[in-house]
Write a protein that binds this ligand. Structure first.
Ligand code: MTE
Ligand code: LUZ
Ligand code: MOS
Length: 769
């Protein structure tokens, strides 16, 4: 079945925030931001902006009537900077004008005098200087210290893991509309309507119920609107409150790139010990997370890094350390995988180094250490299924791993300047928000007398197909056609206290709430049907294909007929239901518990061809065995796997996000920041779904949004293998992304060293002329 909104997208009718009809007298806001990474604000002059034609007002931190500090976990971030700035792109003032263009022009006129202070951009430096957000944490299983002495081989290494830009098509935006009394409606492109509601309420000193946040859909988010959308919604609301007029704030692409946080870069150190046969006995890892200037979700992201540090492997002795390090970069934030990908990259690097030292294939080490049912994670939870070995074995078998290996070896023996490489990438991703309390959701369902149905949940449609899945769930529960179901906007007046749409659990949580609410109405309808059919057991009534069945037999009562009767019998045709994931908990003192409802697992095989003279590579194929429950919509799930994979491949290869030593974004536009396009993607993506029973997802389905991103990690190790086929003696770094330039720098270090020296010499000469 297609997505329910596909036709609107194709026709360009799908509505986003700035497609809504424009209210009379709407004004437009633009943001003035810091141009230095760290500094003391000595003076701020808004007057030059106000002097421009069409400019109505400008606001700074002193114009905030209530709380300026915000942040879902640690409220350490000012909406507008007060006396200091801590990253390039940090909002300092908002300018409001009659057009977007004049507001943007005026924002550039604001004059700020700053005393620049030394900035920190590297996480390890921040750590040494005690710039730590929250507290560093350590997960322990077994005893690594005593395990080292039993190891046949111990290797150590370091990973440098790059950042990633979300690059949602729809940049950050919001429209705030003041309403009667002290109330306001805000249309926000956010994954987290309740965070916008509470932050705006606190900013204005109002109760939560004074703010209504409404979200129709997002043009992509990928985590970038889980926390950070709140800032822009709040700034629009601040201006709207002062001016008592609707105000829209839309970030231009370049402002969005500069002013918003990205995926956390990590510097991680590992030490791994194995037996002669390659069984991992001990693994120690230290993650230094580059959190940027404010807490944002960094401590939660770090926590997920700790949870996924051993990925799909069982390691009896593990010591996993992590610290969120405060630097002067834009606050790093959620991005698909949420710290999981970084953890898995380090694990794979450690395994790779072991395999290289032992002179065996990577997959030999991987295979020996796969996680089986009953194995314990360092966080105390037991693996419940054999999904990892099952998908691994299936992938080896149906994609003929031995043949792939043979073909690659043969190709490499017969080619000099091009080499092939392949890598297996198993994944095991925990499903549930790691903050247990967030695993709750509710749904509001109305059935109208014509049999049509309205569903509101706390989930946000951001391209992942949530609306289609929720509609399918309601239609399955009622036994009626999906065309009867309308998915309403996500709105804080209909659903209170909602969790963000994140952690891949939105269908699980909101779908279960939808089933419960629909089920309540269905039970009432069965009583009506029993009365109408003059039978005594309503529980023997069922609805299928809009026909009312009794004891499995079709009756002459239909869905539409039943609804007419139900109304006359004064039946409650509305229901609100609440769902909270059962059985999960985590003890942050012991760092043990059962944080995840279940895990999503799978195995990918990635094959590449590398041009070793030019550094360029092609991804020949990615072949995946991915475990799903009983899919609610297989087409949507397939789209999520392919989309996630594309993002993972891009993160590891071409998406080279860089900051200067002074915290300036260097890859500040799409000429210098590349993302994978359709030509970059492999010609062949093979995808086989395995079904695994799952009692937590609606109708036995499983979360799908984030895990497939991590298959993309395999491409790094496939390219590395090809590099080693060309230059077996080189020490290669575990540094991502592995861009073509990076491949060349590592294959030809002397040449690049000389080139760098020549450039330095010629630029000194140039400077002296
Ligand atoms: N797919 C599309 N098309 N657009 C998105 O923004 N976000 C991803 C994933 N898939 C995203 C997407 C992220 S980061 C998450 S957490 C999940 O969708 C969230 O939705 P879900 O919980 O419904 O899977
Ligand atoms: N967001 C969050 C997430 O707040 N908690 C999580 O555990 C999480 N996991 C993945 C993605 N987003
Ligand atoms: Mo996704 S990173 O949980 O928004």
């Amino acid at each position: 079945m297609k997505r329910i909104d596909a036709v609107y997208h194709v026709r360009g009718e799908a509505e986003y925030v700035d497609d809504l009809p424009q209210p009379a007298e709407m004004l437009y806001a633009a943001v003035f931001a810091s141009t230095v990474a760290r500094g003391k604000i000595l003076a701020l002059n808004l007057l030059p902006a106000l002097a421009l034609d069409g400019i109505v007002a400008a606001f700074a931190a002193t114009d905030i009537p209530g709380t300026n500090q915000w942040g879902s976990i640690i409220p350490d971030w000012p909406l507008l900077a007060t006396d200091e700035v801590h990253y390039v792109g940090q909002p300092v003032a908002v300018v409001v004008g009659k057009t977007k263009a004049c507001a943007q022009k005026a924002a550039k006129k604001i004059a700020m005098q700053v005393e620049e202070l030394p900035a920190i951009v590297e996480p390890k430096e921040a750590f040494v200087r005690g710039q730590i957000i929250g507290v560093p944490r350590t997960f322990v299983l077994g005893d690594v210290e005593s395990a080292w002495s039993n190891c046949y081989l111990i290797v150590e290494g370091t990973c440098e893991i790059g950042s990633q830009e979300h690059l949602y098509l729809e940049t950050q935006r919001a429209r705030a509309i003041p309403l009667e009394g002290k109330t306001m409606r805000v249309y926000s492109a956010t994954q987290n309507p309740y965070a916008a509601q509470r932050t705006i309420a606190q900013m204005l000193g109002w109760p939560h119920n004074a703010i209504e946040v409404d979200v129709k859909r997002l043009g992509g988010a990928f985590g970038g609107k889980e926390e950070q959308a709140t800032l822009w919604a709040s700034l629009a609301a601040l201006a709207a409150w002062h001016l008592q007029k609707p105000v829209e704030l839309v970030l231009s692409r370049l402002d969005d790139l500069k002013m918003t946080g990205k995926r956390h870069p990590y510097d991680s150190d590992f030490k791994i010990g194995v037996t002669k046969e390659g069984q991992i006995l001990a693994y120690e890892v230290k993650h230094y997370q580059n959190a940027g200037a404010y807490a944002d979700l960094s401590t939660a992201v770090l926590e997920r890094t700790l949870f996924h540090s051993t990925n799909a492997y069982f390691i009896p002795n593990a010591k996993i350390f992590g610290a969120s390090c405060r630097t002067n970069l834009p606050p790093s934030t959620a991005l698909r995988g949420f710290g999981g990908p970084q953890a898995m990259f380090v694990m794979e690097s450690a395994i790779t180094k072991v395999a290289e030292k032992l002179g065996v294939s990577r997959e030999e080490i991987q295979r020996k250490n796969l996680l089986f049912a009953g194995d314990v994670f360092p966080y105390g939870q037991q693996m419940q299924t054999n999904s990892v070995p099952r998908t691994w074995q299936k992938a080896e078998q149906i994609y003929h791993l031995s043949k792939i290996k043979q073909q690659v070896e043969q190709y490499n023996a017969n080619h000099f300047e091009t080499k092939k490489g392949y890598a297996l990438m198993p994944i095991c991703f925990g499903i549930s928000f790691t903050k247990t309390f967030l695993n709750q959701a509710s749904a509001l369902v109305h059935v109208y007398t014509d049999g049509s149905v309205s569903v509101t949940t706390g989930g946000v449609e951001m391209g992942q197909g949530l609306s289609t899945k929720i509609a399918a769930i309601a239609s399955l529960t009622f036994g009626i056609g999906i065309q009867r179901i309308k998915i309403e906007t996500t709105n804080t007046t209909r659903i209170a206290n909602m969790s963000p749409t994140a952690a891949s659990v939105t269908t699980d949580l909101n779908g279960n709430a939808t089933m419960l609410a629909s089920g309540q109405i269905l039970d009432r309808l069965k009583v009506v049907a029993a009365k109408e059919l003059r039978v005594s057991e309503p529980e023997r009534i069922a609805i299928a294909d809009e026909k009312i069945l009794y004891a499995g037999e079709e009756t002459n009562l239909t869905w539409a007929g039943l609804l007419e009767k139900a109304f006359l019998y004064r039946t409650n045709l509305s229901a609100h239901a609440f769902y909270a994931t059962p059985g999960i908990s985590f003890d942050r003192v012991k760092e043990k518990g059962h944080p995840f409802a279940y895990h999503v697992c799978g195995t990918a095989i990635v094959e590449v061809t590398l041009d070793c003279l030019r550094g360029i590579y092609e991804i020949d194929s990615v072949k995946i065995v991915h475990e799903l429950g009983r899919s609610v919509n297989e087409l949507v799930d397939r789209g999520q796997v392919e989309g996630g994979l594309a993002q993972g491949l891009g993160w590891m290869t071409v998406e080279d996000l860089r900051f200067s030593g002074k915290g300036q974004l260097l890859s500040k536009n799409l000429a210098t920041y590349k993302i994978p396009d359709v030509y970059f993607m492999p010609d062949e993506i093979a995808l086989e779904f395995l079904t695994e029973e799952n009692s937590f997802g609606p109708y036995g389905s499983k979360a799908v949004g984030e895990p497939p991103l991590m298959y993309g990690i395999g491409v790094f190790f496939a390219i590395r293998q090809a590099m080693r086929a060309f230059q077996p003696q080189r020490e290669l770094a575990f540094k991502s992304p592995l861009t073509p330039e990076q491949v060349l720098c590592q294959l030809y270090p002397q040449e690049f060293q000389e080139m760098a020296e020549n450039i330095a010499v010629s630029s000194t000469l140039l400077a002296s002329t």
